[in-house]
Ligand binder design. Structure first.
Ligand code: MN
Length: 405
């Protein structure tokens, strides 16, 4: 079994995405929660970007003691010195320096050739080593970089002292099998990589493959995975931390990797982030979405009431989420309705059930949530003999049309 280093970049890649900005005190609060969650590395920010971010990284470095605190820097002396100073109060600090290596980035963005890229990469790593013995190098846009050149840059970074080499799929372009092949090639060709030099992956979700690509990276020898809470990050976001952690945990039977993240803190961490930035994950988001442990279909509800393993591969309790919900709606059946009434302390006759079911279907078809209050109100009506399907004013719950910012 191989222990995977969980590198959380919620406060850097995540924070720099639209609508996800955080103040320094919000970043600090999130950092405390990430420590609680048990991540190994917190990338706290990009200190050259602003004085505010420099201060935020500095505060996190001084206050958060357990994880390694990393700061991002382009491959320039100014960036590296700024990052180095920002994390100097950390118990364990890391400088993460990067330079783009694909031809399109070199030509169109940096306006330099491959030779200069190579020199800058080595010089940046060497300079970062003056501040800390934990230096990570990333080849930006690695998955669109010529493989021979990628090997050359990484070899130069390793020779200059990099202790972690990160291969980012910056634009979310690669496929699991392709990524696995690329990484295996790098491990075979770059001395030390995958051994004393940790191989890392950083995947984006432009094609919805970030988590799958990250897992493929682990198969190829990566021992660090970069990810964010709720998968926030540039464009379509980064690989989602909670999905990677739970994939490795739930399918421990078929993989040899594990993390030391406290799974029960996944949901609380997700909620804290959502409340902080005001952006909720979509309802069907794996692990932490509102519907991740909700069952609406009658057949599924029947199965769940008999044995939850019929439709649950993990329990909400494992990730610290609220209990499983059997949602009473248009597609739910009598089993779930009877179960809810029993929980409310009422055992309905066959006729009462039939009547209650008609009321509930009517509410659900009008997209009104069937709340406990609504169920009790329906029952009062039935018992009071005012029955008759269709007339359900006074038993409405709140609107089911939830608003997601
Ligand atoms: Mn990124």
């Amino acid at each position: 079994m191989a222990r995977i280093t969980v590198f959380d970049t919620t406060l850097r890649d995540g924070e720099q995405s639209p609508g996800c900005t955080m103040t320094p005190s919000e970043k600090l609060r999130m950092a405390h929660q990430l420590e609680e969650l048990g991540v190994d590395v917190i990338e706290a920010g990009f200190p050259i970007a602003s004085d505010t971010d420099f201060d935020a990284v500095g505060t996190i470095a001084r206050e958060i003691r357990e994880p390694v605190i990393a700061a991002l820097a382009r491959a320039t002396a100014g960036d590296i010195d700024r990052a180095g100073h920002a994390v100097e109060g950390a118990r364990r600090s890391r400088i993460h320096t990067f330079i783009a290596t694909s031809d399109i980035h070199l030509e169109r963005k940096l306006g330099i050739g491959r030779e200069e890229c190579l020199e800058r990469a080595a010089a940046a790593v060497a300079r970062a080593c003056r501040f800390t013995d934990d230096v990570e190098f990333s080849a930006e846009d690695a998955t669109r970089t010529d493989l021979d050149f990628l090997c050359a840059v990484i070899t130069a970074a390793v020779e200059a002292g990099a202790t972690t080499v990160n291969i980012p799929d910056t634009v979310g372009y690669t496929f699991p099998a392709e990524f696995r092949d690329t990484l295996r090639e790098l491990v075979a060709r770059v001395p030390g990589l995958g051994g004393e030099v940790v191989l890392s992956v950083h995947c984006h979700d432009d094609l919805g493959l970030a988590v799958a690509n990250s897992l493929a990276g682990l198969d190829a020898g990566a021992r660090q995975v970069e990810c964010t809470i709720n998968g926030i990050g540039e464009r379509a976001g980064n690989a989602s931390l909670e999905e990677i952690v739970m994939a490795l945990k739930v399918r421990a039977d078929i993989n040899e990797h594990f993390t030391e993240v406290n799974a029960e803190e996944l949901y609380p961490t997700s909620r804290l982030l959502s409340e902080t930035i005001g952006v909720m994950p979509q309802p069907n988001k794996a692990i932490v979405g509102d519907n991740a442990f909700a069952h609406a279909a009658g057949i599924h509800q029947h199965g769940m009431l008999s044995d939850r393993a019929t439709y649950e591969i993990m329990t909400p309790e494992t990730v610290g989420a609220p209990p499983t919900q059997l949602v009473l709606g248009k597609h739910s059946g009598r089993h779930a309705l009877r179960h809810r009434y029993e929980k409310l302390g009422h055992d309905l006759t066959h006729e009462e059930m039939a009547e209650a079911s008609r009321y509930c279907t009517d509410l659900a078809e009008r997209r009104i949530d069937v709340t406990d209050e609504a169920l009790l109100s329906i029952l009062r009506r039935i018992k009071g003999g005012e029955g008759g399907a269709g007339e359900s004013r006074g038993v409405q719950g709140r609107s089911a049309d939830r608003v997601y910012r």
